[in-house]
Design a protein around this ligand. Structure first.
Ligand code: ATP
Ligand code: MG
Length: 349
């Protein structure tokens, strides 16, 4: 069996440091590992429209932003096929057939979708497109016969749904589709990076993000304004590092070398945490260190991005080339699917 990756992001905003640690960094490592036969990276505009259908301009503008974020982080179009979802009509067709294999009750049980419905206040007017996006995500994954999907933790229910559809399809129509597995970040702190406001997830839709494209000043302002432990009022108070996003970010981003360089009085994060927990360490000092770490990591990404942004037509050329290539692959899978379902009536005519 071939080793194939499919993964992607919704162009509902620019990409942030949660995407970086949750998925992007891993994709670049996997891309450069040489272990994969094919890597497809999808800009999921059709999925973004399921909850942004009233604002297609936003989705359109963010396709460019996401493509720039990808390349700035090291995704290389020579090694990975970057494409735009809506260009591949075959994905919608697959979705239509997969819908028969899923019940409404099953879709309503998806915990990520449930949380998103609540967050978006859809209440009784849930768009069908939104509720069924996990089915369309199954089409995206299976169209490319992907066995590996590097994602953040919130995507686990989507992968479970995809596996169920694949099993049910193969059971009914014969072995056709490949069952995918999620690859999560190894570092616990990166599974679901919290927002700068302390909310459980940094998310484009919640406006609690540090973006890969933020200027040095914006990064500093956001880090210095971050939510910490609300009970750590005086420097001498003992502090909590567990639900404290500043410490979670340090878990996700800082290394011992960063300590040597910017905060040599501590050997590592464990020592810094121990001091905060026993009291006597102020939030300002922690934030200043976090800011130095974030600046070091984000500066090269931002500079590369600025360079790439000078030639937007080249970005669209790259996306078109990737989308055409991806379309041919999805068309092949769709023809296998139709054959398995015995609805290939006009094949060979
Ligand atoms: P939206 O709010 O529009 O859903 P999002 O910020 O959740 O946007 P997506 O495009 O839905 O971003 O997610 C893209 C990928 O990034 C997924 O694999 C997801 O698991 C991962 N991801 C998103 N946010 C985080 C986060 N805060 N921590 C870790 N991974 C994340
Ligand atoms: Mg999301």
């Amino acid at each position: 069996m071939k080793n194939i990756i499919l993964t992607g992001d919704r162009p509902s905003g620019k990409l942030h440091i949660g995407h970086y640690v949750g998925s992007l960094k891993r994709r670049v490592e996997l891309q450069n590992s040489g272990k994969f036969d094919k890597i497809y990276i999808m800009i999921a505009d059709a999925q973004a429209l399921t909850d942004n259908f009233d604002n297609p301009d936003k989705v359109r503008a963010n396709i460019t932003e996401v493509a720039l974020d990808y390349m700035a982080c090291g995704i290389d179009p020579a090694k990975s096929t970057i494409f735009v979802q809506s260009h591949i009509a075959e994905l919608t067709e697959l979705t239509f057939y997969y819908m028969n294999l899923v019940t409404l009750a099953r879709l309503e049980r998806n915990p990520t979708v449930k949380a998103e419905l609540k967050q978006k206040n859809f209440e009784l007017s849930i768009p069908m497109g939104f509720l069924t996006y996990p089915v369309s995500q199954t089409a995206d994954i299976t169209a490319f016969k992907a066995n590996t999907v590097p994602v953040g933790e919130d995507q686990l229910p989507m992968l479970e749904q995809a596996r169920e559809i694949v099993r049910s399809f193969n059971g009914l129509y014969g072995e056709t589709l490949v069952e995918p597995k999620a690859v999560l970040p190894e570092n616990q702190a990166c599974l679901r990076l919290p927002g700068t406001d302390g909310m459980a997830k940094m998310s484009k839709s919640l406006g609690n993000c540090i973006y890969l494209s933020d200027s040095a000043d914006e990064i500093k302002r956001k880090v210095m304004g971050m939510y910490t432990d609300p009970n750590h009022i005086k420097v001498t108070d003992p502090g909590n590092t567990k639900d404290n996003p500043t410490f979670i970010y340090l878990e996700a981003f800082s290394t011992d070398e960063h300590f040597q360089k910017y905060l040599p009085e501590y050997a590592n994060l464990d020592e810094l945490k121990a001091h905060y927990e026993r009291g006597g360490l102020g939030d300002m000092k922690v934030k200043k260190f976090l800011n130095a770490v974030m600046q070091e990591i984000l500066e090269p990404i931002r500079l590369r991005r600025e360079e790439l942004a000078k030639d937007i037509p080249a970005v669209w050329d790259m996306l078109y080339k990737g989308s055409e290539e991806a379309r041919a692959v999805a068309a092949q899978t769709l023809s296998e699917v139709k054959k398995a379902m015995k609805i290939n009536y006009f094949e060979g005519r």
